[in-house]
Design a protein around this ligand. Structure first.
Ligand code: AKG
Length: 284
């Protein structure tokens, strides 16, 4: 378990160098087993549509068919579940991201809860695949690519249960066209397409995580994941974070966050306020 005071000693210059050279870094365990158990229960409540809070009507909540093997994805789960809110807005996570990004303050861009059902060894389905993509492929309405994701495993996670994989060094390729491909299932075809576009070696590395560990990746790092062949679901909570001074780039790309800037959103408008809570420095 990492405390706020330990972050400076943890995120050393060598760690920062690793993050900026490789495009990602794996942290020690950030959550204890009790918190992990509570977050797993929070997942159950999310999918049962049992919320702690009502939600603004303009924002659709996912309603996945729970009987299928399709990946379940809930954006802005922190609006409706207090346990998830505490986890994805953790100042420890924010301070680690601040050190990695090299900035003084960090806000949440948005969160995600992802549930990838177990297929118990089925080899014929690829519905659990998450296509190789760059997060910034979706986030071009934000003024910087210096954004960072913390993907926290809620069980031991590796390739056998569809763990995330990252392409080492791919954040240095810049933004690649059509990299908003989270939903595409053919990982081989995407790898061929993007390695060609980047004209670089496709170095695919699994993020092997114990429950409570996190992978921190840059917004341009290609990542994706394959099938969960285990019998149990693969659960995670994810903080997508930005420097505190990130602003809106008007006319670049639609993103659900744009709506929360209000009806007169302008180029350069800061993403501040309750939709983008500050993680670091922690609120008093
Ligand atoms: O859960 C996965 O395998 C991918 C998650 C992802 O795309 C992300 O956290 O940015």
């Amino acid at each position: 378990m990492i405390t706020l005071d330990q972050v400076d000693g943890l995120v050393t210059d060598a760690v920062r160098q690793e993050y900026w050279e490789r495009g990602y870094w794996i942290s020690p365990k950030l959550m204890d087993d009790d918190q992990i158990a509570r977050l797993r229960a929070a997942h159950d409540r999310l999918w049962a549509r049992d919320y702690d809070h009502d939600i603004p009507s303009q924002y659709g909540v996912p309603n996945p068919d729970l009987s299928t093997l399709v990946v379940r994805q809930f954006l802005n789960a922190f609006w409706v579940n207090d346990e998830i809110r505490a986890a994805v807005t953790s100042p420890v996570t924010g301070k680690i991201a601040a050190r990695l990004m090299g900035v003084d303050s960090v806000r949440l861009w948005h969160d995600q809860a992802i549930y990838k059902p177990g297929t118990a060894g089925q080899t014929t389905t690829n519905v659990g695949n998450i296509g190789w993509h760059q997060d910034y492929g979706y986030w071009q309405a934000a003024s910087t690519t210096n954004m960072c994701t913390a993907w926290v495993a809620l069980q031991d996670t590796d390739l056998s249960n569809g763990g995330m994989r990252t392409i080492v060094g791919s954040h240095r390729w810049g933004l690649i066209e059509e990299s908003d491909s989270f939903g595409v299932k053919d990982l081989e075809a995407l790898a061929a397409k993007f390695s060609q576009a980047g004209a670089h070696a496709w170095l695919d590395e699994p993020c092997v995580l114990k429950a409570g560990q996190a992978s921190f990746h840059h917004s341009l790092t290609f990542h994706g994941s394959g099938p969960n062949r285990s019998a149990a679901p693969r659960l995670s909570v994810i903080s997508h974070m930005m420097p505190g001074d990130t602003t809106y780039r008007a006319g670049k790309q639609w993103h659900p966050n744009n709506v929360f800037l209000g009806p007169r959103a302008y180029d350069g408008q800061p993403f501040v306020g309750d939709y983008w809570p500050q993680l670091w420095p922690a609120a008093d």
